[in-house]
Design a protein around this ligand. Structure first.
Ligand code: AMP
Length: 216
């Protein structure tokens, strides 16, 4: 088992980068946000538990997330390589991940920190549109589906704006990131696995990650 982490505020491009790179690097893209949104859609208990936190832009309690990820790791193939996006978000989650990787003789290989100016984050997030069915991501500024409202990837007419992508909820999510998630920067810095990336340009960001992960 192998794990790398994409760290950074909402809108820093974690999901896009993970989707773009997962096949070339043979990683499974794990977004805890997507897992929770699916659980809500399917009316699973964990979704019901998470929903009110997500609507407010607050973090879902650690116990819920830890259980979700532990179940995933335990049911997965031990040779899987995971690219985590939006997890961990607290030191407690990071510690749990380290513990869960121990039996596999593994640890977090890199934590890539995607850094982007706040004004760009706001523009990206408020312009983001998502397919409710398959999770494909679009943006009103530069990446819209070929047919309005219809997902290029799955063909469903299911493009919507995530309720937590509104400007007011986003402000809270950015505060929550600074208050609760930014401490992970020190956590991974101390472990020597942090890689800071100026993530304004997607292609340059992806190239930096490829340079670190591709065999020489
Ligand atoms: P995301 O799709 O990563 O932006 O996550 C959307 C929302 O899901 C967040 O604002 C949180 O409410 C919740 N969430 C996703 N991942 C986590 C996590 N690792 N810890 C706590 N809450 C999470």
């Amino acid at each position: 088992m192998e794990a790398i982490i994409l760290l950074g505020p909402p809108g820093s491009g974690k999901g896009t980068v993970a989707e773009d790179l997962k096949d070339a690097l043979h990683f499974e893209h794990i977004s805890t946000g997507d897992m929770l949104r699916n659980a809500i859609r399917l009316e699973k208990p964990v979704g019901l538990e998470a929903k009110s936190y997500m609507e407010k832009g607050e973090l879902v309690p650690d116990e819920v997330i830890v259980k979700l990820v532990e179940d995933l790791l335990q049911s997965g193939d031990p040779s899987t390589r995971y690219m985590f996006d939006g997890f961990p978000r607290t030191v407690r989650q990071a510690e749990m991940l380290d513990q869960a990787l121990l039996p596999f003789g593994s640890n977090v290989r890199y934590a890539f920190l995607l850094e982007v100016d706040r004004a760009i984050l706001v523009r990206r997030i408020c312009g983001r549109r998502v397919c409710r069915n398959c999770g494909a991501v679009y943006n009103v500024h530069n990446r819209m589906p070929k047919v309005e409202g219809v997902c290029d990837q799955c063909g469903e007419k299911a493009i919507y704006q995530r309720p937590d992508d509104s400007e007011e909820t986003l402000n809270n999510r950015l505060e929550v990131y600074n208050a609760q998630t930014a401490s992970l920067i020190d956590y991974y810095q101390e472990k020597g696995t942090l890689v800071r990336i100026d993530a304004e340009d997607r292609e340059a960001t992806e190239q930096t990650i490829l340079d670190h992960l591709s065999p020489a």
